[in-house]
Design a protein around this ligand. Sequence first.
Ligand SMILES: Nc1ncnc2c1ncn2[C@@H]1O[C@H](COP(=O)(O)OP(=O)(O)OP(=O)(O)O)[C@@H](O)[C@H]1O
Ligand SMILES: [Mg+2]
Length: 501
Amino acid sequence: MAGKTILTAKHITKIFPGMKALDDVDFDLREGEVHILVGENGAGKSTLAKCILAAYKADGGEITLDGTPVHFNGTKEALAAGIVAVYQEFTLVPYITVAQNIFLNREYKTKAGLVDLKRMEQEAGELLKSLNCDYIDPHSFVKELSVAEQQMVEIAKALSFKPRIIVFDEPTAALSDREVSSLFEQIHRLKAEGIGIIYVSHRMQEFPLIGDRITVLRDGRKIRTVDIDECTNEELVNMMVGRDVSQVYVRTPNTHSGEAIRTENLCDYKGRVKNVSITIHKGEIVGLAGLVGAGRTETAELLYGINPVKSGKIYVNGKEVEPKSPVAATKLGIGLVSEDRKKQGLALNESIALNTVAVSLTKIFPRFFMSYGKVRKIGEEFREKLRIATTDVDKKCRYLSGGNQQKVVLAKWLSYDPDILIFDEPTRGIDVGAKMEIYALMDQLASEGKAILMISSELPEVIGMSDRIYIMKEGVITGELDRANFDAETIGAAMMLGGAE
Ligand SMILES: Nc1ncnc2c1ncn2[C@@H]1O[C@H](COP(=O)(O)OP(=O)(O)OP(=O)(O)O)[C@@H](O)[C@H]1O
Ligand SMILES: [Mg+2]
C-alpha cells in the first residue's frame, strides 16, 4: 500500500483572465497510491494537474518532489523528473503511425544513424500487448484508430517513459469495459511498483476499484481530502456540487406517435454495419447498447451522411431518403451530437456563442445578415440552460474545461432544433450535476415529440433513459428490449455474447 509522500503541492493558485481557476489548493501524493481528483466541470481538476505537470505556471504556491522544492520550466523538465500525463484532450499526431507517436522526438537510431523503426514498432507492440491491446497495430496510422484505441495508445506512450508519477485525466471516458479492466490491471501493477498516480474521473463506480484517497475540488477550492472508505458516494456528490442531489434519471412516460426514422437492412462499405433495421418513433428515446467497436457510431455515421450507405434504405417520416452528406442530413432534420468533439464537434478557436449557432446560422439568419448581438443572445440562452461554466460567451471554446466543451456541442444541436437527434456518448466527461441536466433535457425533448437515438457504453444511463433498447454486436442488431423488460444483467450479457429478447 501507499508509502512515503513523493509530491506535495501547497497553496497553489492559478489565475486566468477574469477568473481564479485554483485558489490556495493543497494536494499531496504518496508512493504506490492512486489519488483521485473529483469535482464538477470547471472545478479546476485539469488545471491542478497541469500545474503539477508544469504545463501551466502556477501564480502562487509551491511544489516539492521528495521534499525538495521544484520549479520546472515546462513539461519537458517535469518529464525528466519522472512526471508524465495522459491528458484529457488527445495529443497524438494523426498522420504518423502508432509506433512513431509513442517514440515521437526520441526515436531510436540504428548504428548508421537512421531511425530504427523496427525497434520502435517492436517495443510499441510489447507495450500495447501489456495493456491487452494487441489488436492495435503499431504500423497503423493514428488517424485510422477509434477514439478508444487512440486513448490506449496515449496510455502506452505515457508508460513508455517509465515514470514515477502518472497523471490520468479522465482516461476511461472513451473506453469500453474490457479496455477499462485492462487499464485497471496496469494501474494495480504500477501501484505495486511504487508509482504514484493522480487520477481525474467523473465515474464514481471506478473509485473503489483503484483509489486510495480522494480530493474534492469545487470552484477552484479544495473542499476535502478523504480516504476512499471514509465517505459514501452520496456524501461525495454533495461535496462536489454543494447541494443535495437525489434523483438521477428522469423519464416521463409518454405516448409515442408515428415513426420518425426507420432503416431497412442498412450496410456500410467497411463491413462494420450489417443489415441494421431499426425504428425510432416521435417522442421516443431509443438506446443503442453495445461494446466499443460494435458498430454503433458507424450506424450513426450512415444516418448522418458521414459515410456512404452500401445497401439498404433509410426512411424519414415514411419517405425514403439518402443523406449523402452531413449537410443533407441536417436538412432532413437529423442532428448528431458526436462522441469526438475535437474532430466533428467544435471550432475551438471560435467563441462559445458562435459555436452555439454554428449549425443553425442559416435558420436564424435566412437572409444572410448576421447580427452578432443576436448570436450572443442565443449563446447566453444556452449558457444558462446547460449551465456552461463561463462568465463570457465571447470567450473561445478552447478555454473551456473539457466537460463544458461537451455542453457547447449539445447547445449547437439544441439551437438547431432537429426532429431526430442522435446522441453518441452524450455524457462522456460530464459531471454528475450536468449529467442530470442533460437527462432532464433529453426527457423534455422527447415529450416535445423529438425522436432520440442514444448511443452509450454506460449501461445505467441506457437503462435509465431509454424507452426501448437495441443491442448491437459486431455490426449486427442482436436483440431488442422494451422498457418493461430492461434488466442490466440480460443487457450486459447480450452486449458481450449477443442475443436478448
Ligand atoms: N487556458 C485557459 N484559459 C482560460 N481559462 C481557462 C483555461 N483553462 C481552464 N480555464 C478555466 O478554468 C476553470 C477550470 O478548468 P479545468 O479545465 O481545470 O476544469 P476541470 O475541473 O478539469 O473540468 P472538466 O471536468 O470539465 O474537465 C474553468 O472555468 C475553465 O474555463
Ligand atoms: Mg478537465
